[in-house]
Design a protein around this ligand. Structure first.
Ligand SMILES: Cc1ncc(COP(=O)(O)O)c(C=O)c1O
Length: 480
């Protein structure tokens, strides 16, 4: 079926000026990260860092780390990055790792390594990992891809992983325990000392997901000495993931997965020796690996340095302090848990927090909505220094407006009830049609999604949520 405006392959090349104008036009509705109006996805710490990283990226734009012997520069920079990160994260000389394309790839690799380790060392054929309910979905993705079972343990009321409950799930198939530093949803550091001690007691691997905290917590520790350890300094921690493209301020496509020693890292590698194209060895998931991302990561760490990162953390903390001060006057909002760094999870008290999110979105703020519990997610960076006062003003107004929207909310609830009721009485085929309608109604690309979140929460019980999200993703990916 042909769709209006769907791109066809260009017959002739376009001139550069027109092409770049078109690209500029495409970007006009993108999130304004430069102005600090996004609270997710882009970590920006000013033009000086950005330009330096960009220049380094550009210098290695075409180089490919697939064959490190062809580009000794990439090999050297990659080795430097891994060594610098190991040093930062409490590793001794034995700690080593790989540079990957991002947190998800680092986590996929840590889980795949645990699977291979379990099979070789313990003969485990049906491996299981134990994670807290707040763990990043990349662990579930890893289990799905590599055929492991993820045993999910609920977090406590403080949103922290519960070591004893995790321990109770250990069986003869367990290969790995996971803790987060911090977890993404509420920004709290799991009790890593306890989780790692249990892993050690049972001779299991223990992974710390420091994807978002790996380049924040070590610098925060210089300011707040009572911050708990989270890294290789803790006995029992066997691997760590940390994203340089988050608070490391590198270009997208840079994370490290580090292992206690090279023996463990070997379980991650892939080798195929029978290929007519030659012997093929690959450290992680990607074959071709962009030289630019490696150079960008190397440049960011060296350009900013320990003192620079500590200053960036300090600036981010001052943004957080402003938000916390403002919340003292907004009784309808509360912070969930006791966040350890720069992530705040806001819930509503007598106000629909999704409506607050919608009001902020209408004013041009990009904030993610979360569920279980319903909340808004703020990832703070130094860039928010310039926007936080305006944000706080809008936040006050958004809460006021959201309260006035009680009527709307009631009608949303009625819609949810109708959906729930329909799922019980309609035959599957008709309900599918209705889901399509609901996906449309949820306003892809639009600003308001409170109704959709409400609906999702209730549809979960009907067991059709996965299907609906798949439809939704399909629709997003085929948007013209
Ligand atoms: C704690 C945590 N783990 C893993 C990831 C996944 O990282 P990426 O999006 O780079 O794959 C994230 C991303 O926000 C995260 O916060």
């Amino acid at each position: 079926m042909s769709k209006k405006n769907k791109a066809t392959f260009p017959q002739k090349g376009m001139d550069k000026t027109t092409l770049l104008e078109e690209l500029k036009g495409l970007k006009k509705d993108d999130a304004d990260w430069r102005g600090g109006r996004n609270f997710a996805y882009v970590y920006f710490a000013g033009d000086e860092i950005l330009d330096t990283v960009k220049e380094a990226y550009g210098m290695c734009f075409s180089e490919n780390a697939l064959n490190p012997t062809a580009f000794p520069s990439l090999r050297k920079m990659e080795a430097d990055v891994i060594a610098m990160c190991a040093n930062l994260l409490g590793g001794d000389d034995a700690v080593t790792g790989s540079l990957t394309s991002g947190g998800t790839e680092s986590i996929l690799m840590a889980v795949k390594t645990a699977r291979a380790w379990g099979k070789k060392i313990k003969g485990i054929e049906h491996p299981e990992i134990i994670v807290a309910s707040t763990v990043h979905p990349a662990f579930h993705k890893a289990c799905y891809y590599f055929g492991l079972k993820a045993v999910v343990v609920p977090v406590g009321e403080d949103f922290l992983a519960q070591p004893e409950a995790m321990k109770a799930e250990i069986n003869e198939n367990t290969v790995l325990l996971v803790a987060s530093a911090p977890s993404y949803p509420q920004g709290v550091i799991d009790p890593i000392v306890e989780v790692a001690a249990i892993a050690k007691e049972y001779d299991l691997l223990c992974h710390v997901d420091a994807c978002v905290g790996g380049f924040f917590l070590p610098f925060l520790k210089k300011i707040k000495s009572d911050l708990p350890d989270f890294d290789f300094k803790i006995d029992g921690v066997t691997s760590i993931s940390a994203d340089i493209h988050k608070y490391g301020y590198a270009a997208k496509g840079a994370s490290v997965v580090l292992y206690k020693n090279a023996t463990l890292r070997k379980f991650q590698f892939y080798v195929y020796t029978e290929w007519s194209g030659g012997i093929y060895g690959s450290p992680a998931i990607s074959g071709t690996r962009p030289g630019g991302a490696i150079a960008g990561a190397w440049a960011a760490l060296k350009f900013i340095g320990m003192e620079g990162y500590v200053q960036l953390v300090q600036r981010t903390l001052s943004v957080r302090a402003k938000v916390e001060e403002a919340l003292e006057d907004i009784s309808e909002l509360k912070i969930f848990g006791k966040p350890d760094m720069s992530i705040l999870c806001l819930g509503g008290v007598g106000v629909d927090i999704y409506e607050v999110g919608d009001e902020l979105a209408v004013k041009g703020w990009l904030i993610d909505r979360q569920q279980n519990p319903a909340s808004l997610h703020l990832t703070l960076t130094p860039t928010h220094e310039k926007s936080i006062d305006a944000f706080i003003l809008d936040l006050h107004q958004a809460v006021k407006k959201a309260k006035q929207l009680t009527l709307n909310k009631l009608s949303n609830q009625l819609q949810v009830k109708t959906v729930k009721g329909l799922s019980k009485v309609l035959p599957d085929s008709m309900f599918e049609k209705f889901q399509k309608f609901a996906a449309k109604y949820s306003d892809v690309g639009g600003k308001r999604s409170a109704a959709m979140y409400g609906m999702m929460g209730d549809l979960q019980a009907a067991g059709n949520l996965d299907e609906m999200i798949l439809d939704f993703l399909d629709k997003l990916m085929s948007e013209e």
